[in-house]
Design a protein around this ligand. Structure first.
Ligand SMILES: [Zn+2]
Length: 61
């Protein structure tokens, strides 16, 4: 994924920075504990498409 693209992407909810999880291909908002999927290289920045991170799931990267 393009590092420049990652820099301009923010969480649509809190406008906070996102962490790219290259193993799961997700963009993670640590504040909201939501993971946005990246499909075919394109981040899906929709709350309705995001996965809620379980409390015990460590946010890496
Ligand atoms: Zn957020």
């Amino acid at each position: 994924m393009d590092a420049k693209l990652l820099e301009i992407l923010v969480c649509p909810l809190c406008k906070g920075p996102l962490v790219y999880d290259k193993n799961r291909l997700e963009l993670i908002c640590k504040g909201d504990r939501l993971a946005y999927p990246i499909r075919d290289g394109i981040p899906t920045m929709l709350e309705s498409e995001a996965r809620e991170l379980p409390a015990d799931e460590e946010v890496r990267a």
